[in-house]
Design a protein around this ligand. Structure first.
Ligand SMILES: Cc1cc2nc3c(=O)[nH]c(=O)nc-3n(C[C@H](O)[C@H](O)[C@H](O)COP(=O)(O)OP(=O)(O)OC[C@H]3O[C@@H](n4cnc5c(N)ncnc54)[C@H](O)[C@@H]3O)c2cc1C
Length: 279
């Protein structure tokens, strides 16, 4: 139940111990054909925490050419901080899913999209086996889903479907959800994935089509609607302009994040997606 004293788009949160965790793959599965799920654990996962749908970890993979794993390490057992390696690293961001205790260990799932132009992440994921090693850094902090919005619009491409499944699961059932999927073709697999991972089926699902801003215009954004958009950075620019400039939404009412950029390996999501409006 929402608390009338809390603003509708308020997102609670906080910091976590920031460390590098050595992880071992304990299971590999396919929630849907398009994703490989690696379930990881490690000695230092006891306080692994993630309570927000936009949380991400940085996963360090072995060098695809040599198999060597260069990655940050923890400054010390239980301490806050990491030491970065000298050697080049191969790291990408992922949305941690279903952190859970299983006996004396903590398990976390990473769903890795098997896309058509695999870099270190998708290539590693496509061949992952129990026993494989990687290093997981973060999440540094969590920002929870707002608990007071009437409605949420999630505009997501497949790399952000894991995050969308968390939004669906972590928004209250009183928040109506419309999902705009930036995929071409059949949406059946998207619906299957989002339903099974979130446990929620009362959402609308439409395709983003040629113009994501137009798709959101068609759905409409009113004063009670929170908008989350994540996916290919260039595709998000017109949508971000629509939200920021045309609708002039307050900053707390939307979050737009590039999760990849066409033609860019290892896209840095901290880079501004719209150079003409970098703020
Ligand atoms: C906050 C955050 C959370 C993320 N969460 C997830 C997640 O949970 N699951 C997930 O799979 N990814 C997620 N991503 C994206 C992920 O970090 C990688 O970008 C993605 O896995 C591609 O890595 P790669 O090494 O295979 O390709 P890269 O080496 O980064 O890129 C190689 C080439 O493939 C292209 N490419 C990259 N991704 C795609 C794609 N989806 N479709 C088509 N071409 C592509 C690039 O433009 C480049 O030309 C997230 C990103 C961010 C910033």
């Amino acid at each position: 139940m929402s608390d009338a004293t809390v603003p509708p788009f308020f997102r609670a949160g906080g910091r976590h111990r920031f460390t590098a965790r050595e992880a071992t793959v304990v299971a590999v599965s396919h929630p849907v054909e398009e994703f490989v799920r690696v379930t990881v654990t490690g000695d230092d996962f006891d306080d692994f925490a993630s309570s927000g749908p936009t949380d991400h970890v940085r996963a360090f993979f072995p060098d695809p050419a040599t198999g060597e794993l260069a990655a940050p390490r923890a400054v010390g057992p239980g301490e806050d901080g990491i030491v970065r390696p000298e050697a080049p690293t191969f790291a990408r961001d992922f949305t941690p899913l279903h952190p859970r205790r299983d006996g004396d260990r903590v398990l976390v799932d990473l769903d890795i999209l098997l896309h058509a132009d695999p870099g270190p992440a998708a290539a590693w994921g496509g061949q992952a086996e129990p026993g494989d090693r990687l290093v997981i850094v973060g999440p540094r902090a969590s920002k929870e889903a707002p608990q007071g919005a009437d409605r949420a619009v999630l505009v997501v491409d497949p790399t952000a479907f894991p995050s969308a499944s968390r939004w669906l699961a972590e928004l209250p059932s009183s928040t109506r959800v419309d999902v705009v999927a930036d995929v071409a073709g059949d949406l059946a697999w998207v619906e299957t994935y989002l339903r099974q991972e979130s446990g929620r089926s009362d959402f609308s699902l439409t395709a983003g089509g040629a113009d994501l801003a137009e798709a959101v215009r068609t759905l409409g954004v009113d004063a009670g609607t929170f908008v989350f958009a994540a996916g290919e950075a260039s595709r998000l620019v017109p949508l971000r302009r629509h939200l920021r400039t045309q609708l002039a939404l307050p900053r707390e009412q939307f979050a737009v994040s590039g999760y990849l950029k066409d033609g860019t390996a290892g896209f840095d999501h901290h880079a501004p997606i719209d150079p003409s409006d970098p703020d």
